[in-house]
Design a protein around this ligand. Structure first.
Ligand code: HEC
Length: 429
């Protein structure tokens, strides 16, 4: 208690000294560069640009409000569990800077103290891609109604196995692209057999599931949802796209009142040399969701046991509008269990990923567990219809209970090797 009071006192006195002299150029600009401009610049998800004093000045009070309430930057991990390298949360001193700047009338300050702008390369957050693969044909999004999920197969013509150091999806028109997922389909795979390259179609998931074998399943490469960073891997780790693979894009469009054309593209940076470890994606999923009407606290559980050692590097829970909570646990072969991520207030609008600051080594025989809760009551402001019984499905009025995980494994191990076939709920891909 004494310690807490003391450190609080120190903060206050620090803020009191810094307070009156806070300027945009010296104090606010570096925070915007580090924590806000990834989204708040033209072409990104933020509703306004915060690149210059002129742009930021009118938002001084709104920014103070947003950072004090911790609405910005968006982040939902319970701080009691795990530490994450992409945690953008501001320090108390940074929050005070916004507060003091607004209180002082948002002064610009000395031009000499303004740092250099961050150089963003043609919108790509991963830097200049070695290769950009774009939808060959534009998709026509109607002004109204709803659009089924669209699948598009695009050949890569890779002559050899390619190791992906970083990948990023860029929607052609963010106002209608709700989310996109990119997969790699191996040559010989039966998934989407007969699909014409470049032509969008609606996939029949049930049919896919019945037709395809474990080995056919396209492998996850990267996803786009607003605010989620691109997939970038540390040196020595990379995703594999095998020679002759196709890229499969799964796109969810939401009409916005205007007829719009979209051409989404994916950029790749290749690893300079073969990596020591391959990064594969696996998921915990409960496909048997059945949420009764009005149920405020519906629980799902999913688990599987690792058949090979793996190192957990990042996690992202995926649920729809009724999702309210997700927790990942690992149970080591010793029986010792650990919560690796808890998202106590899941927000459908923010499908964020959480990168472990210290990747977690999991020996063979470790059990992975995912628990989700859903709120189908009228108290959930995002609930499209509390009177519905809710099942698994793609549209946002259906539900999903998915705990995605990226794991670093030996280069010769694939995602299918990590679990027994009967535990492969990932067949839902
Ligand atoms: C991951 C992307 C992302 C980051 C990082 C981010 N923002 Fe935002 N911000 C958004 C989006 C999207 C919205 C609009 C939706 C919403 O309000 O949730 C928004 C809304 C806002 C608003 C409210 C605008 C309004 O119309 O009232 C303010 C103010 C704001 N952001 C400030 C900041 C500041 C300051 C930072 C950095 C400390 C920041 N944001 C970081 C994406 C982001």
């Amino acid at each position: 208690m004494v310690l807490r009071t003391l450190s609080f006192g120190l903060f206050l006195s620090f803020a009191a000294v810094a307070g009156p002299n806070v300027t945009f150029n010296k104090d606010v600009y570096p925070i915007l560069q580090k924590r806000c401009q990834s989204c708040h610049r033209p072409g990104e998800v933020g509703p306004m640009a915060l690149l210059t004093y002129q742009q930021a000045r009118p938002w001084a009070k709104a920014m103070r409000e947003a950072v004090m309430l911790k609405k910005m930057p968006p982040w939902f991990a319970d701080p009691h569990y795990g530490t994450f390298s992409n945690n953008p949360s501001l320090t108390q001193a940074e929050i005070d800077t916004f507060a003091n700047w607004a209180a002082a009338g948002a002064p610009e300050g000395d031009a000499k103290e303004l740092g250099k702008p961050v150089e963003f390369i043609d919108g790509w957050n991963i830097g200049k891609p070695d290769l950009v693969v774009e939808m060959p044909n534009a998709f026509h999004v109607p002004p109204t109604g709803y659009v089924d999920y669209q699948t598009i197969v695009i050949p890569t013509n890779f002559k050899q196995d390619m190791w992906i150091q970083a990948a990023e999806l860029r929607p052609g028109d963010r106002s209608v692209v709700h989310h996109v997922t990119a997969f790699a389909r191996q040559p010989g795979s039966l998934a989407f057999a007969g699909a014409e390259p470049g032509i969008a179609f609606r996939q029949d998931r049930e049919k896919q599931r019945k037709l395809t074998r474990d080995i056919d399943r396209p492998e996850y490469i990267v996803g786009y949802t607003p605010g989620r960073p691109a997939s970038e891997f540390v040196p020595g780790e990379a995703r594999l796209i095998k020679a002759g693979s196709d890229i499969v894009l799964s796109l969810h469009y939401t009409p916005n009142g205007k007829a719009v054309e979209d051409k989404t593209k994916i950029g790749f940076i290749f690893a300079k040399e073969p990596p020591k470890r391959r990064v594969v994606n696996v998921m915990l999923a409960d496909p048997n969701i059945l949420i009764p009407p009005g149920e405020p606290n519906y629980r799902t559980d999913a688990s599987f046991t690792l058949q090979e050692p793996a190192t957990l590097v990042r996690l992202w829970p995926h649920m729809h509008t009724r999702g309210k909570y997700y927790e990942y646990r690992v149970v080591f072969p010793t029986g010792e269990s650990q919560v690796v991520l808890r998202v106590p207030n899941f927000d459908f609008a923010w499908q964020l990923s959480y990168n472990l600051e210290k990747p977690l080594y999991l020996p063979k025989g470790t059990r992975l567990e995912g628990t989700a809760y859903f709120d189908n009551s009228p108290n959930n402001p995002n609930n499209p219809d509390p009177k519905q019984e809710v099942h698994w499905g793609e549209q946002s009025w259906d539900e999903m209970s998915e705990g995605y995980m990226d794991m670093a494994v030996e280069p010769n191990i694939g995602p299918g090797d990590l679990r027994r076939a009967k535990e492969s709920t990932a067949a839902l891909n």
